[in-house]
Design a protein around this ligand. Sequence first.
Ligand code: FES
Length: 106
Amino acid sequence: MKSLKRTRDITPLPSRNFKITVDDQPVDACEGETVLSVLLAANYARVMENDRNVASGAYCGMGVCHCCQVKINAKHKQRACQTLVEPQMSVETLTNRFKEEGIKHD
Ligand code: FES
């Protein structure tokens, strides 16, 4: 299985790491960091698809803009910047519940 590489970390990860899965690919993570930190380190620019099928990247990084919503452990619309990683966590980017369930906007 192909793994995601973290190429954009500002400082090296501490030695006590674990893996999470992002879009079905394992990637290193460490206790105390956010999902958004992992996504940015793995070079994800666009993480969310809104209800009008427009992709966006994280903007504020502090829970205000809601531009970083991803699917975490099968739950939609979780803010990546406000969610701490946990071992075995599964993250899916560019997902949209409306699209998955066939719900259309007017
Ligand atoms: S980046 Fe703005 S809420 Fe997460």
